[in-house]
Design a protein around this ligand. Structure first.
Ligand code: 2RA
Length: 329
């Protein structure tokens, strides 16, 4: 039986990690919940039992944990994940702090597996996860040359703060967290701008896609946009392949891939929207068609719950896969 810790247990992703651990019936002998000093002392229920959330300190990393799920921001991860690792735990970290570290695996279990060379495993960015799930079977079957993303990202991607700004707008109040009002608006800025004119979110999508698909030669570009939707991100993916399959062949390959729900019959009004995907586990794919402006090029539309497959569920699926591997040894 396992000693599990969740760091960031009162955040939107941390809270959902607990729900996923419970839903997936992950075996445990103890569960310890950590947060920042600000949220310490709050009570959280897990499997019907109430736990008091503790402030995480360096001494507490040596608590005999087997697995630590972290969703507490980059600075906390940089400081505490190596201490948990040193004390023998495997850390599954939802922040962006470790994702591009060449010694750290960046994992979407349907797509790639952790090498466990390091005992810190990074959970990718939400919009990247729901994009690489459909790209992986296309890469394997037809080869990938270029990907252009345009995202439509829900406010829950910013945690409670994003939901707060949307609700403030509904009540006629200005934003506290976003650079512009999100209510009745869309904002073509997620995270900060870099010197090259891209945002950090766009840069994450580009670099994480190449890392997860293990191919730096794939040309990737992105425009990331925040939309006034509470839950589930949508990504319009324009993809150029090495081969030129028919749309039917492409659909068949996508339909066969674990975790993909094909929802593509536009003549009957069937294509995924955030309302279809919110609260569900899979990656919904539709609007699949040939891009007639360019050879070997196709459009896809991917919709998924950013807090589930985009964060908490993917983290717990990484844990499930590690546990399965342990059983098989
Ligand atoms: C967002 N990708 O939607 C981020 C969350 N990690 O803001």
């Amino acid at each position: 039986m396992l000693n599990i810790a969740v760091v960031g247990a009162t955040g939107l992703v941390g809270k959902t990690m607990l729900e996923m651990l419970e839903l997936k019936n992950i075996p445990y002998s103890s569960i310890t919940l950590f947060s920042s000093a600000r949220s310490a002392g709050k009570e959280v229920t897990y499997k019907g039992k109430t736990y008091v959330v503790e402030e995480l300190t360096e001494e507490k990393t040596d608590g005999g944990y087997d697995y630590v799920l972290m969703s507490a921001g980059g600075d906390t991860s940089l400081r505490f994940a190596p201490l948990f690792e040193k004390a023998g735990a495997v850390v599954i970290d939802n922040s962006s702090a470790w994702r591009m570290d060449p010694t750290i695996d960046l994992v979407v279990p349907d797509v790639n597996k952790a090498s466990l060379d390091r005992r810190i495993i990074a959970n990718p960015n939400c919009s990247t996860i729901q994009s690489v799930v459909p790209l992986k079977p296309l890469a394997d079957a037809f080869g990938l040359k270029r990907v252009a993303y345009t995202t439509y990202q829900s406010v829950s991607g910013s945690g409670w703060k994003g939901i707060e700004d949307l609700e403030r707008g509904e009540h006629g109040e200005g934003p506290l967290n976003y650079p512009k009002p999100i209510y009745h608006n869309v904002i073509p800025q997620i995270d900060v701008f870099l010197d090259n004119g891209y945002t950090k979110e766009e840069d994450k999508m580009i670099r994480e896609t190449q890392k997860i698909l293990n191919d730096a030669s794939i040309a990737v570009t992105a425009t990331c946009v925040r939309v006034p939707v509470p839950h589930a991100h949508a990504v319009a993916i324009n993809v150029t392949l090495e081969a030129e399959p028919t749309v039917q062949e492409l659909k068949a390959v996508l339909a066969d891939f674990p975790g993909i729900i094909l929802m593509d019959d536009p003549s009957n009004g069937l294509y995924p929207t955030p309302l279809d995907a919110a609260g569900k586990e899979g990656v919904f794919v539709g609007r699949i068609r040939k891009d007639n402006s360019l050879k070997n090029t196709y459009h896809l539309w991917s919709v998924s719950d950013n807090i589930l497959k985009g964060a908490a569920l993917n983290a717990v699926q990484i844990l499930e896969e590690l546990l399965l591997r342990k059983e098989e040894r």
